[in-house]
Design a protein. Structure first.
Length: 323
């Protein structure tokens, strides 16, 4: 297994009001994205992750407004086991791996998904990734969202990709099928945070949310649905799903934000079956653009629509033409 050779991390994150009443270790896992919760808990206990400059306990509750500071020398980060999982790699070199993630593949190990994840598969693909935060994973896709993800294979690539995510130069475009017929595209600029009641969900929140910006344009309209192209300016958890649902255009098949299934009057039998059978959010990350962290060259990747998404598009088109 590789080693980062004592790379020093010095980072401070401000605690927003939305984290009031949340455990320190929970908030740290969200604010210091890129490090496992168990590693962060250890750092809190060791006193290298402090609250307003003072040592605290992982279970201590935050009030909001504190500054969390992490000052640490990195050692190997990953305790998870490599697993021989077939990963659809569409590009790789010594610095990067680009994957077309299938539906159902969880990105990080967590409660209920201790193994069988993208991270486990990456450790099998390249054991040096054990020395990188989250095995080089710098951004995520929800379990049932398909499409392109880039993974870093070196400290330099990891730093470069994280910087591109932070300065919004990592280009990500999605296709989605939403319920309802949109009149046109637009931009949704609504702050997001944890849902005040249901902790599994995210929500548009009036106070204390993080800035979130989603651009969308209409690709095709059907009788009761719209296919849209979406570009992310920020990458909040569930951002596209929450923003479009907030505009009352939830994604087809979305188990968290979709609401009641809608189908047009007189829908074809094929459309009724397709809508009932689509058991995941209709969301696909089809385009990824980035500056190669070693060469400085701009690179762009595309992933075709997965079969279930393509079939749904065809059935929606056929239903529209049948009227």
């Amino acid at each position: 297994m590789g080693h980062l050779g004592g790379e020093k991390i010095q980072r401070t994150e401000q605690v927003d009001a939305q984290y009031a009443g949340i455990r320190l270790d929970q908030a740290a896992a969200e604010l210091f994205d890129g490090f496992s919760r168990s590693r962060l808990q250890n750092w809190i206990k060791e006193g290298v992750l402090t609250v307003d400059g003072r040592a605290a306990r992982p279970k201590d509750k935050l009030l909001g407004g504190e500054a969390l500071t992490l000052a640490v020398e990195l050692a190997p980060e990953i305790d998870d086991q490599p697993e021989a999982i077939e990963l659809p790699v569409i590009y790789q070199d010594q610095d990067l791996i680009v994957i077309n993630k299938p539906a159902g593949l969880v990105v990080h190990p967590a409660a209920g998904h201790a193994d069988g994840t993208l991270l486990n598969g990456l450790l099998h693909l390249d054991d040096r990734l054990s020395s990188l935060p989250r095995a080089g994973i710098v951004h995520r896709l929800d379990r049932d969202t398909t499409g392109l993800m880039v993974v870093a294979r070196s400290v330099e690539a990891h730093t470069g990709l994280v910087t591109q995510l932070q300065d919004k130069s990592l280009y990500r475009e999605y296709q989605a099928i939403a319920m309802g017929v949109m009149t046109g595209g637009g931009t949704i600029k609504e702050p997001m945070g944890r849902h005040p009641v249901d902790r599994k969900r995210q929500a548009v929140v009036a106070h204390g949310g993080k800035p979130a910006v989603t651009h969308y344009r209409v690709l095709d309209r059907y009788r009761a649905h719209t296919r849209v192209q979406v570009r992310l300016e920020t990458g909040r958890t569930h951002q596209i799903r929450v923003h479009l649902a907030h505009r009352r255009y939830p994604l087809v098949g979305d188990p968290l934000y979709g609401g009641r299934l809608k189908q047009p009057a007189g829908a074809t039998e094929a459309l009724r079956e397709a809508l009932h059978g689509f058991r995941r959010q209709a969301l696909h990350a089809f385009k990824l653009g980035l500056v190669h962290p070693a060469s400085g060259e701009y690179m762009e990747f595309e992933a075709p629509l997965p079969d279930d998404f393509q079939t749904l598009v065809q059935v929606l088109e056929a239903d529209r033409e049948a009227q």
